[in-house]
Design a protein around this ligand. Structure first.
Ligand SMILES: Nc1ncnc2c1ncn2[C@@H]1O[C@H](COP(=O)(O)OP(=O)(O)O)[C@@H](O)[C@H]1O
Ligand SMILES: [Mg+2]
Length: 362
């Protein structure tokens, strides 16, 4: 490590070399800081005695070592005997030229920031939503009172003042709508998993969009007819697709636009969890529109609750979408340039026995 010692020690993230017997064979300066212990005190000691990780990593770690593949693990609590655990991302890779040795880099949450976004958003969303739910409940009753009073008033006032009572009623309705969306979160049940034909869901969403908010849109189907059944809650998935279609239609504006619904199978798409386990998400659904694209300033936050680029938006549509997809153990991503915005959903396929059984009984 001699000539590289200064690089090694300048690295602003804790890094460790782990030998084939899972002992620490080197640690950089940031690593000493992380462990709150000197290099001398930790070298030669079993790594998992020095660094406590709240996830069962052994198996994934061994796999990475055996196959020489890197391993990335997000959102684990890592600590040491000398300090409280911090939420971290771990990156582990085979050390080139030293068979069986691995390099492990630990990025505490502050540094890993965006990488851990998915989950931080979820918990931040949960507390913001929890608070809002409580408020929603408290506001609805007095609001009904206000609306009622305005309607009573409107019966006995001169015509030119009606505008004011109408305004009260209309604005109250708008608030009620917002509150109902907030309450939708609270009422969201765990998905009722069953084999789902995604194309049926897309068709239902497409038809209902064309009859309502998407009347000005052209919706093109680009389906892989051999797509296997997904595993999910058909009603919740319908809600997801409707929300995405609604956003695409609203982005297009009154002159309309084109939405493409695309499905395909991608065998190799996997989601890796923080405990090192993973599962396959081979069903891909894309909702592609040709509108102006995501507004630059909120691009990174669109899945957060109450983030909206619209004057009358609630910012709850995509927050609900991401909650439902994460309850499905699925994945959602967005990609956008003016003229092409893609929301991509990745879902699990139905377990084969269940799918077969379904076929026999229907
Ligand atoms: N297809 C899209 N094209 C452009 N912008 C979009 C699209 N989908 C979502 N957005 C942006 O993301 C924001 C958040 O969406 P959402 O959570 O559904 O809340 P809302 O629709 O109430 O504003 C929208 O206000 C809009 O600015
Ligand atoms: Mg919306």
């Amino acid at each position: 490590m001699n000539s590289n010692a200064s690089i090694w020690n300048s690295l602003p993230v804790p890094a460790f070399i782990i030998d084939p017997d899972d002992r620490i064979s080197d640690v950089n300066a940031a690593g000493e800081g992380f462990l709150n212990a000197s290099r001398k005190a930790v070298i030669g000691h079993p790594v998992w005695d020095q660094i406590a990780v709240d996830a069962p990593l052994e198996e994934a770690f061994e796999r990475a070592r055996t196959y020489g593949t890197p391993l990335f693990v997000n959102d684990v609590d890592a600590g040491s005997g000398n300090r409280a655990p911090l939420q971290c991302a771990l990156q582990i890779a085979p050390l080139v030229g030293y068979p069986g040795s691995m390099i492990m880099i630990i990025s505490p949450r502050e540094l890993s920031g965006r990488m851990t976004r998915g989950n931080t958003v979820k918990s931040a969303a949960q507390s913001a939503i929890g608070m809002a739910e409580m408020l929603a409940h408290e506001i609805k009753n007095p609001l009904a009172g206000i609306t009622g009073a305005a309607q009573l008033l409107s019966m006995n006032i001169p015509a030119q003042d009606l505008e004011l009572t109408d305004l009260i009623v209309a604005e109250s309705r708008r608030i009620v709508k917002l509150l109902e969306q907030v309450e939708q979160f609270g009422n969201l049940q765990k998905p009722d998993f069953k084999p789902v034909n995604i194309h049926d869901v897309l068709d239902r969403a497409r038809r209902s969009a064309l009859l309502g908010f998407g009347a000005d849109m052209t919706i093109i189907e680009d389906y892989d007819p051999s797509l296997p059944l997904a595993f999910g809650d058909p009603d919740q998935l319908l809600q997801v697709v409707l929300n995405l279609l609604k956003n695409a239609s609203e982005a297009a504006g009154p002159q309309g636009g084109t939405i493409r619904l695309r499905t395909y199978f991608e065998h190799s798409f996997r989601l890796r969890r923080s405990d090192g386990s993973g599962h396959s998400l081979p069903l891909q659904i894309e909702i592609i529109d040709d509108g102006p694209g995501l507004p630059e300033d909120i691009r990174g936050d669109i899945f957060d609750p109450f983030v909206s680029g619209k004057e009358n938006g609630t910012g709850l549509g995509l927050a609900l979408v991401s909650k439902i997809i994460s309850d499905h153990d699925g994945w959602i991503s967005a990609e956008s340039v003016p003229g092409r915005t893609v929301f991509k959903l990745s879902l699990r396929r139905a377990p084969r026995e269940v799918a077969e059984h379904k076929k026999e009984t229907t």
